[in-house]
Design a protein around this ligand. Structure first.
Ligand SMILES: NC(=O)c1ccc[n+]([C@@H]2O[C@H](COP(=O)([O-])OP(=O)(O)OC[C@H]3O[C@@H](n4cnc5c(N)ncnc54)[C@H](O)[C@@H]3O)[C@@H](O)[C@H]2O)c1
Length: 263
């Protein structure tokens, strides 16, 4: 998709001309969706039709797609190129969670999570690659997680997908180095989004705790800074990694994890 760099609700692509000059690195967030601004129109993709109003509200185009469907991934990129001529920036962001011990983890849920959070970023990277290579410039930004470096009980599929995303990022960085394409991953700890809201209740049930105890004793247990992260704090790093100034940065894992992995 052409991005105006949504980092939260929808994976997105930057169209032609939206390369990262510093004055383009400003964001606007409307629930779950953060777009770079100003800049030419972008395309966001999500399987939630509610994303359409959000995207159009900030001057971006919207393409409805279920990213667990490989053909839909390819069609989304084709649509972006049809509309804007090329793709400069890809942000792989869509994600879901399912909390369950391995013994009880449903196979269908495992496959859905791997399809959405590892196979779709691969297929989207593959689909945008020719455009970035032809232009000699590209930015791939993968929204991974602190769970790409550490594990927690009950999240086997999510953690496996996020660990895999680091491997994909590093491989893309090596292959893209000579072609002007960079690839980086951002690894946040808990961010204030619906994805976290939805799992507090699940974790409370799994750990036999009250929901507030889950936030304080589970989610923030390993955090040096005892608060949840604001989505804007992630968006700012997406902006930097999308910029010309980040041209020497590739294959890196950028932790925004409240000090979780410092121990
Ligand atoms: N919130 C956190 O604490 C946190 C921490 C680390 C990493 N992350 C990562 O950040 C990314 C964004 O998560 P979030 O917290 O904003 O969650 P969110 O639930 O607010 O947003 C996820 C988005 O993905 C979309 N999506 C889900 N399934 C899809 C599908 N099959 N096809 C297309 N779109 C689909 C949803 O519609 C939603 O807009 C995810 O990759 C997540 O793993 C989040």
């Amino acid at each position: 998709m052409t991005q105006r760099g949504d980092i939260d609700d929808i994976d997105s692509f930057h169209p032609a001309g939206c390369r990262g000059h510093r004055n383009q690195q400003r964001y606007r967030r409307s629930r779950g969706t953060t777009f770079l601004r100003p800049g030419p129109p972008g395309v966001g993709r999500d399987f939630n039709p509610a994303g359409k109003a959000k995207a159009e509200g900030v001057g971006a185009a919207f393409f409805e797609a279920d990213l667990t469907d490989g053909e839909a991934c390819k069609a989304a990129v084709a649509e972006a190129i049809k509309r804007f001529g090329r793709v400069d920036i890809l942000v792989n962001n869509a994600g879901i969670q399912h909390v369950s011990p391995i013994e009880e983890f449903p196979e269908a849920k495992w496959r859905q999570i791997i399809d959405l959070m590892l196979t779709a970023p691969f297929l989207l990277t593959q689909a945008v690659w020719p455009s970035m290579r032809e232009n000699g410039w590209g930015r791939i930004i993968n929204i991974a997680s602190v769970h790409a470096q550490v594990a927690s009980p009950g999240k086997s599929a999510y953690i496996s997908a996020k660990h895999g995303m680091i491997g994909l990022t590093r491989t893309a960085a090596l292959e893209g180095g000579a072609q002007g394409i960079t690839a980086n991953a951002i690894l946040p700890a808990y961010v204030k989004t619906p994805l976290v809201d939805n799992q507090i209740a699940d974790q409370a049930k799994m750990h036999g705790m009250a929901e507030q105890e889950v936030i304080e004793q589970v989610m923030l247990k390993n955090a040096a800074i005892k608060r949840l992260i604001e989505p804007e704090e992630i968006a700012e790093l997406v902006g930097y990694l999308s910029s010309d100034l980040a041209g020497a940065v590739t294959g890196a894992s950028w932790n925004i994890d409240l000090g979780w992995t410092a121990q």
